[in-house]
Every structure is written in C-alpha cells, then in structure tokens.
Design a protein around this ligand. Structure first.
Ligand code: LLP
Length: 405
C-alpha cells in the first residue's frame, strides 16, 4: 500500500521540500481495522485530532463516519468546519479557562471533565446538563515519560477514590453523567497495561452511581511501529479480550453500553512522511553530518521524546552504507533527527524521507527561526492533492506583522 519511492521523488519536484505527504488509503485502513479488531456492535472510534488536524484528513475521516476527540475550542471549530456534527464531537476539557468552558458549551458539544473543581463550576453554570467524567486509571504506561497520563503524578483525570465526590456534585446539580472516560498514555507497549486501566475504571462503575450512563471511553494509546525491528502489538487478540471484558461488564451493569476509543497515532502516524533535501554534508573529524532543509520546528519528536523515526535516502538507495548524524536547519545543537544512523551515502541535493510522520509531527510544529511549516499533500493512489500550502518567507512575515498590528 505504501507510496512508491518514484512517486515520492516526483512529489518533491512538484511541490518542493520540505514536504509532508500522507497516504489516504492507509488512514482509512487503520480506522476500519480497529472496527474489525474490536468486534463490538456499539464500538465508536473518536479520532484524537491533536495528532493531525489537517482539514482534509479530518474530512476524510468524517466521510468514514469517525467521531472526534477535541481538546480545545480551536479543535472543536476545526472539527465543525470539517463537517462533524456536534453530537460526533467529545470535548476533553483539560485545564480549560471559564471563558473556554462557556465558549465550547455554547456550541453544544459534550464535555469530558477531568477535575473536581471544573466539574463543580460546570455543574453550577449548567445544572441538569449531560457530562462525561474523566478518571485517572491509576496505571502508569506509555512510550515515553512525557506521554504517560495515568498515575498520581500526572495532571489528568479525577482519582478513582474521588468517585463519590463526583456523584455527589452531579446529584446536587442534576447533572447526568452519560460517559466515563480514561486515557492511560500514548504508545502503550503492552496491551495488559491498557486492560489494567480499563479494569480499574470499570471497577468504579455501578448503576447506582451512574444511572444515566451511555458509554465508557477507554481513550487512545494504540502503539504503532516506528523502528523496522519493532513488532506490532497484537490488537486482534486485544480486541477480542476487550470485547469479552466489556460484554461481561455490561451484563453485570444491566445494560449494553457504547464502547469508545480515541486513537490518534494509530490512525495517522504511519500514513505520513516528511520529505527533506540535504543541503550540507560535513565531515567533522570522524563524524559525518548531513544537514537538511527542515528541523525540529517541523518535526520535534526525535528531539522532544528521543523518538526514533526511520530515515531513508531516496536518491541513492544503493549507495555505500555510512554512519551519519542527520541534523536540521535550526540554530540549536539539539536539532537532530537521528544520531549515528547508517544510511546509503548521502550527497548534497539528495532527498531523504523521514518515516511515520503522520501523527504529532505537523501538529506539533512551529515557525521557530521564522521558517514556514512545510506544505502538506494527500496521496490517494496515483492522485496527489495539495491539502495545505506552505507560506513563502515573505507571506509568513506579513502574517506575523499583520497579527502584531
Ligand atoms: N485521548 C486523550 C485524552 C489523549 O490525551 C490522547 C493523547 C489521545 C486520546 C490519543 O492518544 P494516541 O492514540 O495518539 O496515543 N505528542 C506525543 C503523544 C501525546 C499524546 C497526548 N494525548 C507523541 O508524539 O508521541
């Protein structure tokens, strides 16, 4: 299914580099795959749009009947622009301000509230309304320290031990708790950790506490393969186990509830690539350094999480293998995509592809050092569509000047 290298090269000629390019079919495949792995009739997939909020990717998933996990008013407006109706958006309200609360509430989107104080404020402002409550699953798991969201050291969710406080606030103000939510972390390496979080959450749910419950949302965290030697997690087996667990739970609860998941990475990470051009090759005594026309402002995961992204030399695939540091064009020494990486000989002008760049790459980008973010292209078979155009340097400056006046 992957885009042939020849096509990638021609995209760089057509659109220039740096260039983000996404494969439409793979996004759809991953989305539908989850439905087949988790055979539960009331399964709903909410795409965590923080992973990649490109309008056209949102539209693509909208057409597939996906729903949206939004985390800011901007996310909500963007999802609405892409065609998602308010009923298909869940707003995870993390550390929101009162102004943000009122703004999003006026749009009619369901809130997922993760702190007692926000719940109290929401209940007072909107008594009688429906809400979802985010609990902390009390499991510490995730691909890196920064992306573990469970356990007492994190800022997310209400501790399970506070469940009675939640119920009391809801009852006092007539809130209907229609959903219970948890999210354990991102890139969770072992499915048992996800299952532990799920069991912990299910452990506090009773019909007496939550008579209005419609769904349980188990968050995101599905892992993808970044390194060629990594094995993919067996989500097929996981899916079957989860359905058994949830079906058992529902029969004890007395009603068939909806089951939500909120994957970000799993749906879009592998679909994306960042294509860059080598501008400088430098021999520093024993060290070979290849510098490219992009940097951590445009793809921060290696620098921020020490994340591995596979890199290939598209222009010289059969060249002699040599060891390189692949560095960016930002004026900081930490601006490095890969250290001591073996690649076929790299020459100035070569095109490199940084793989698995569809999730949390463009979306975490900035214009640090005043370079505009790359263009984005969506590839569907032989057809490519420019889905976001790079600003020229002058356009970027004018935009910033405009915002400053
Ligand atoms: N639901 C909630 C409430 C979340 O906080 C997140 C991610 C997700 C769902 C989606 O998680 P995913 O399926 O994508 O793992 N920037 C990091 C990942 C941060 C994830 C933040 N929350 C990275 O590049 O690895």
């Amino acid at each position: 299914m992957t885009i042939p290298d020849k096509q990638l090269i021609s995209l760089t000629e057509k659109y220039q580099t740096p260039l983000y390019c996404y494969e439409a079919e793979l996004i759809k495949k991953r989305y539908h795959e989850l439905y087949s792995f988790i055979p539960y009739s009331k399964l709903r997939i909410y795409y965590a749009m923080k992973a990649n909020y490109n309008l056209h990717i949102l539209k693509l998933l909208e057409k597939e009947a996906a729903r949206i996990d939004a985390v800011s008013p901007g996310d909500v407006y963007m999802a609405l622009k892409a065609g998602f109706s308010t009923e298909r958006i869940l707003f995870t309200a993390n550390k929101i301000s009162d102004a943000e609360m009122h703004e999003v509430q006026s749009l009619g989107v369901l809130f997922n509230i993760g702190s007692l104080s926000r719940l109290e404020k929401y209940a007072k402002a909107y008594p009688g309304s429906e809400v979802c409550i985010r609990f902390n699953p009390d499991v510490v798991a995730g691909g890196h320290e920064f992306i573990k969201t469970g356990g007492e050291a994190t800022k997310f969710g209400i501790l399970l031990s506070n469940v009675e406080k939640v119920v009391a606030i809801a009852n006092e103000h007539g809130l209907k708790i229609v959903g219970i939510h948890e999210h354990t972390g991102s890139g969770i390496p072992e499915t048992v950790q996800m299952q532990k979080g799920m069991k912990n959450i299910l452990g506090i749910i009773t019909p007496a506490r939550f008579p209005h419950l419609n769904f349980v949302d188990f968050g995101g965290g599905f892992k993808v393969v970044y390194h060629p030697d990594e094995n993919q997690v067996d989500y097929e087996t996981f899916g079957k186990e989860v359905v058994e667990l949830f079906t058992d739970f529902c029969s004890k609860f007395g009603r068939e509830l909806e089951m939500y998941f909120e994957p970000g990475k799993y749906l879009v990470a592998e679909s994306g690539k960042l294509l860059v051009e080598v501008t400088t090759v430098k021999q520093n005594r024993s060290k070979l350094i290849a510098g490219v026309n992009s940097g951590f402002a445009q793809l921060i995961r290696p620098m921020f999480y020490s994340a591995y992204h596979h890199i290939r030399n598209l222009s010289n695939p059969d060249g002699k293998l040599m060891t390189y540091d692949i560095v960016g064009n930002i004026c900081e020494s930490g601006d490095c995509f890969a250290s001591n990486r073996e690649l076929p000989e790299i020459r100035e002008g070569d095109i490199l592809v940084i793989e698995t760049a569809g999730a949390y790459c463009y979306s975490m980008g900035s214009v640090y050092n005043m370079r505009a973010m790359p263009s984005e292209v969506l590839v569907d078979g032989a057809v490519d569509t420019l889905i976001r155009k790079r600003l020229s340097s002058l356009e970027l400056v004018e935009k910033i000047v405009g915002e400053s006046e």
